[in-house]
Write a protein that binds this ligand. Structure first.
Ligand SMILES: N[C@@H](CCC(=O)N[C@@H](CS)C(=O)NCC(=O)O)C(=O)O
Length: 194
């Protein structure tokens, strides 16, 4: 039985991968774990049956046997811990990768969502300085990069990235990964009807 990820039946972004199920599907593609998708309309997300999976009635959810998870970061963390490919074997490097996962969701994503451009630009400059000329935040690609790029993607092509070209290149590098591309072009074979 493969894990099941719930996603919008009619995604408001038109399927461009800007909703939070994308990071979960990308993580599953990175680790090579097969999965299925449960497509739900907005009205279905408000139903009591769905609230048993997600108390806030949002996307995404993740079902794996008896385990039901919500919160995209918690789901990506679970996938990263359960399969190899998103966390390095060295314990310290692993903790740092988890640190970047939290940084993406707790420090950078709120700035991206807030609409306060000045604060966001400051954060982007700070992140740009850390990344410098490296491909990834800390050695090999990790769950930290997956979440960081997921939260930065909506900024792609916008003025706020103009002064930090290494961040634009970082997003493009991650989007070029075959696992990202597979997640973006969801196959209809994944869709579960019941
Ligand atoms: N912190 C949550 C946020 C979930 C969230 O905001 N999901 C959006 C889609 S990206 C959603 O379901 N929006 C519809 C709604 O809130 O009614 C997570 O990362 O999973």
């Amino acid at each position: 039985m493969h894990p099941i990820v719930s996603i919008f039946k009619n995604p408001p972004d038109g399927g461009r991968g800007y909703h939070r199920d994308m990071r979960v599907r990308w993580a599953l593609e990175e680790v090579g774990q097969a999965y299925q998708l449960r497509l739900l309309a907005f009205s279905e997300m408000r139903r009591p049956e769905y609230r048993k999976l997600h108390p806030f009635g949002q996307m995404p959810t993740y079902e794996e046997g008896d385990l039901v998870l919500f919160e995209s970061g918690a789901i990506v963390h679970h996938i990263a811990q359960s399969y190899s490919g998103l966390l390095p074997p060295d314990q310290n490097a692993r903790s740092r990768a988890v640190m970047w996962m939290f940084a993406a969701l707790n420090t950078v994503e709120p700035c991206v969502d807030s609409g306060s451009v000045g604060y966001l630009v400051q954060r982007l400059h700070e992140l740009s300085a850390v990344l410098d000329a490296h491909d990834w935040l800390d050695g090999e690609f990790s769950g930290g990069d997956l979440l960081m790029v997921s939260v930065l993607r909506p900024l792609r092509g916008s003025d706020v990235l103009q002064d930090t070209p290494n961040l634009g290149a970082y997003i493009a590098r991650a989007e070029a990964r075959p696992a990202f591309q597979r997640a973006l072009t969801m196959s209809s074979d994944l869709i579960r009807t019941a």
